[in-house]
Every structure is written in C-alpha cells, then in structure tokens.
Design a protein around this ligand. Structure first.
Ligand code: 9MR
Length: 371
C-alpha cells in the first residue's frame, strides 16, 4: 500500500515536471501575446543594431516586433553637415528590421534637440525652408516603402500647450509644422506620419497638441497618428489622464502610439519641494537608493503600475497602433543618467541581466486571463 502511494506520488511528480518543461519549451513572448492587439516595440542602441551582444540580440528577436533607433537616426547623425548625409547606421537599422520582419519606425525628422550644429545656426526663413525640404525629402525618399511610420515633428510643444520657440519656429513660425508634414507625405505618400511628444497626456499640453493637429490638418498636411512618449512615474500620470488622452486623440481620427515607454522608480529632484534644482545631486546616496538591487516592495509597485497601464492599453487596443519601450533592458536605459548622472534605475521589463522582471510577468498575465 505504502509502495503504491510512493509510486503514485512519483508519477504525479513526473507529470507535473513534464508540464513545466513543456511550458518552458513553449516560447512565450510579449510580441506573440499581444499580436492581435498592437505592435510591441523597443528602442535599439547602435550596438544592438549591429548585433554586438548575442544574448541581447536573441532577446530582441524573441520579444519585440517593432523597432525605433534610440539615437542614430537623429539629424546630427544622419545629416552632420549641410551637404553631407551619413546613412551607414540607418541602413543597418532598416536591414535589421527587414531581416526580422519587424515594424520599422523612423525617429525623427524635425526636432530641436540633437541637431547638427550647422542646423542650429540657420537664421533666416529661406535657408530654413531649403533645409527642411532637402532634409525631409532626402531622408523620407531614401527609405520610401521600407519605413512604416515616421516621427515627422518631435517635441514642438511647451508644457502649457504653447509652441516651443525652437529654431524652426523662430525662423518660420507655426507654418513649419504644416510644411514638415506636407514634405514627408510628398516624399512617401503611404508612410504613416506622427507627431511625437512627452507629457502630451497632461491636459494643458494635450490641448496644445490637439490644436497643433488641427492646424496641420487645416493647412493641408497629412497626419496619421500621435505619439505619446510615456516617460512615466510610479504614481503619475493617472490612468484616467492617459485614458482621456487616448480618447481625445483618437476622436480626431488619429492612431495613438506609446512610443518611448519607461517608468522611473527613483526620486526626482524636481519633486523635492524647496530643493535647488541646480544643486549637485550626483553621488548623493539619497537620490540613488537602489544601487545594489531593487527592493521587492518597489518591484511589486512597478509590476502593478505596468499591469494597470497595459490593462488600459488592452481596453483601447482598437485605437492603439504600437507600444514601444525605450530600451530593451534596465542596464541600457537613458534614465540611469537623467536627470542625474550615474544612478541605477529599473524602468523596463527586463533587468540588466536580461531576465524578465515581475513587471514582465504582470503584463503577460493580463493576456493569460483575457484569452
Ligand atoms: O535615449 C536617448 C538618449 O540616449 C540621448 O542621449 C537623448 C538625447 O536627447 O535622447 C534620448 O531619447 C529621447 C528621444 O529621442 C526623444 N524623447 C526623449 C528621449 C529621452 O530623452
């Protein structure tokens, strides 16, 4: 009798372990789990585009079906001098996406930051018009039919919804927005054209963004979508604010993409009321509390935050085209160096050893219970 029990127990254990083994062999990934909902993207560094690290490369291919170049397609790299373009890295980026059958997003054509120095010196409207025509036409035509969507204009708004006094605005006024979208559409009529910004889920900036979209349309520009960058925090923005934005933008007939998603878990110098923002926070242990590891309590908070965000995304999947994380893993995140240099942040779904975090499980779990 005892022996029978022993054999029964052994049999159960064997069955259980073979189920688990099957589960492990059954490759589950973000891109497959959300394949009927929206693209799951990541931003790639130069090294990742060049497939320098085999483990990172196989993680990228396994989990993501959309890519954005984190830096190499910005104007200072693509167009370093007035008569010089450098497409070497962008060509590799596109080839990488094509080889892996990924959705390829172009970031970014007109942005006041990471400009080549010669661009920042353009002073008059004729020179700026010529620059925009040459820049947009050359780049968009080169990749016509190979890039799926473009950030035509990036970060043109101030926090209060007014237009940023960028070098483009200062030389051309608000007409530069319409011109940029017209030039991009002329160069590739089929590619999806986006306006992309951060904090544009917040009410004042959102209203400014809505006005901007209406201006582009009224001026005869083609705009297909709005990118909400989604550099977010554990406590804010609220799910309600994000939802209102999805609804407001899609009511204008636009696709909504979350283009640079990450969630900081570190203290923000600007939240410290009364603190001097200019004071030097580098090397200050209070501002870098999780150098060794992320405490479980915060890991759980991050997982819950990601779960509620993705729950909302799923609720509005008919309006959302793509959700892209700003980086593959924590070790690569720009948030390790901003707004304070040299900290250890944990904003993504994979840790710096490329292992899925609790946040990854919590996002994946939404699909297990949904379907
Ligand atoms: O992640 C990018 C970082 O490596 C660069 O140093 C930085 C320079 O401005 O740009 C970062 O990416 C930005 C993106 O292009 C536009 N939205 C904000 C992103 C984070 O700063």
């Amino acid at each position: 009798m005892r022996l029978t029990n022993y054999y029964l127990l052994l049999l159960t254990l064997i069955i259980l372990s073979s189920c688990n083994a099957q589960k492990e062999n059954n490759v589950v990934s973000l891109k497959d789990s959300f394949k009927n909902d929206f693209c799951i993207g990541t931003a790639l560094s130069a090294n990742q585009i060049e497939e320098k690290n085999e483990k990172e490369d196989s993680l990228i291919k396994k989990e993501f079906n959309a890519i954005t170049a984190e830096n190499i397609m910005k104007s200072m790299f693509l167009h370093p001098a007035k008569d010089k373009y450098d497409f070497a890295m962008a060509d590799k980026f596109i080839a990488y996406g094509e080889k892996n059958k990924m959705f390829i997003h172009g970031h970014t054509l007109i942005w006041h930051s990471q400009l080549a120095s010669w661009m920042a010196e353009i002073k008059d409207s004729i020179e700026m018009k010529n620059f925009m025509k040459d820049h947009i036409t050359t780049i968009v035509s080169k990749y016509k039919g190979r890039i799926d969507s473009w950030d035509v204009v990036n970060e043109a708004l101030n926090e209060d919804g007014t237009l940023r006094k960028s070098v483009f605005f200062n030389t051309l006024g608000e007409q530069y927005l319409v011109d940029a979208f017209k030039l991009a559409a002329a160069a590739d009529p089929k590619v999806d054209l986006y306006y992309n910004d951060y904090n544009n889920e917040e009410p004042a900036k959102r209203q400014g963004n809505i006005n901007l979209i209406k201006k582009i349309k009224a001026g005869g520009g083609k705009i297909d979508g709005v990118g909400i960058q989604a550099h977010w925090r554990l406590e804010s923005p609220s799910i309600e604010t994000i939802e209102e934005s999805i609804l407001a933008y899609s009511a204008l007939g636009l696709k909504v993409a979350f283009t640079e998603l990450d969630i900081t878990v570190l203290p923000n110098p600007w939240d410290l009321k009364g603190a001097d923002v200019n004071q030097n926070f580098e090397g200050n242990a209070k501002m870098n509390p999780y150098q060794e590891k992320l405490p479980d309590s915060v890991q759980v908070k991050l997982a819950n935050r990601y779960a509620s965000i993705f729950k909302l995304f799923l609720k509005h999947k008919d309006k959302i085209s793509r959700v892209t994380f700003w980086g593959v893993h924590d070790g690569q995140s720009w948030l390790n160096d901003w707004p304070i240099k040299g900290r250890t942040n944990y904003p993504l779904l994979f840790n710096s050893n490329l292992k899925p975090k609790k946040a990854y499980q919590s996002v994946m779990k939404l699909k297990e219970t949904n379907e």
